[in-house]
Design a protein around this ligand. Structure first.
Ligand code: AMP
Length: 276
């Protein structure tokens, strides 16, 4: 595995391959990232992993400074996962002039976009830069961040970016908690409460299967997620992947939740396809 910080050097290295699988991350790798890398390994000649904690997707009061980082451990995990190139850019490399940014036009007025203003502009900006640097055949993203994935698909379609975006399933702990770099922030008590997110979504799935109206399922899920010592950020349902309102024609519904614990904000979601 080669670790590269320089864009020209990376481009030079990648010039001669037939297919490149790309997994962009913010590091502090776990099995969620690992599953994306595995799939990229199976489907491409080489695998490129990027690790970059992107400052433009963090709000002023968010966890940019304390976001968990462990370069040595990440390199070991990346090597073990069969990564060929690890791209590890600096802020200066990624934002040389910072004269131009990508902005979201629709789909960031709901869910995490509503609670984190500007977050998805930062995400699309960095993803756009990374795709332009790596020119992958396929890029892999987790449904853990389902809104992010839909907005990236929208960006790629609107800008005619020649890449296949691959949706990857959510990887969970044994008790159902979605794996996340931020899970290390949780106190023991919070870690005990955290699987409630997935449990509430599973209950919601059963209610949707019984034909209960979506608005009622959302209200029930809110009730299930009023956990002691936490603040419910949102429970909402939108059409997927348009991120517009759910209507009688909506085939696939994204039911998404975010709960603010003392030390971490956790998200989880469910994709429900009617009649499937
Ligand atoms: P992050 O490092 O948190 O920005 O995540 C990098 C990529 O890994 C994104 O596409 C995430 O959606 C994906 N990812 C993070 N956690 C998981 C998980 N538990 N299961 C599947 N994919 C994940």
């Amino acid at each position: 595995m080669k670790v590269i910080q320089d864009i020209q050097e990376l481009r030079h290295e990648l010039a001669s391959y037939d297919s490149i699988g790309f997994v962009p991350t913010m590091g502090f790798l776990h099995e969620g990232h690992g599953s994306l890398l595995e799939q990229a390994r199976r489907e491409n000649e080489i695998v490129v992993l990027s690790i970059f904690v992107n400052p433009t997707q963090f709000g002023p009061n968010e966890d940019l400074e304390r976001y968990p980082r462990d370069e040595q451990r990440d390199q070991q995990l990346a090597r073990a996962a069969g990564v060929d190139y690890l791209f590890y850019p600096t802020n200066e490399t990624m934002y040389p002039l910072d004269m131009a940014r990508v902005t979201v036009r629709t789909g960031d007025d709901v869910l995490c976009g509503a609670s984190r203003p500007g977050h998805f502009d930062g995400v699309l900006t960095v993803v756009s830069k990374l795709l332009n640097i790596v020119h992958p055949t396929r890029a892999y993203f987790g449904l853990k961040d389902a809104q992010q994935l839909a907005l990236i698909e929208g960006y790629v379609a609107d800008y005619f970016v020649p890449v296949e975006i691959v949706r990857c399933p959510i990887i969970r702990e044994e008790d159902g908690l979605a794996k996340s770099s931020r899970n290390v922030y949780l106190s023991e008590q919070e870690r005990g409460q955290a699987p409630r997110l997935q449990q509430a979504l599973q209950e919601a799935k059963h209610l949707l299967e019984t034909g209960m109206p979506v608005e009622e399922v959302v209200e029930r899920t809110k009730d299930a997620l009023r956990l002691e010592g936490t603040e419910l950020d949102y429970v909402d349902a939108v059409a997927y992947p348009t991120l517009g309102p759910v209507s009688s024609d909506t085939q696939t519904i994204l039911l998404a939740v975010a709960v603010q614990f003392q030390s971490a904000r956790l998200i989880d979601n469910l994709l429900y396809t009617r009649g499937a």
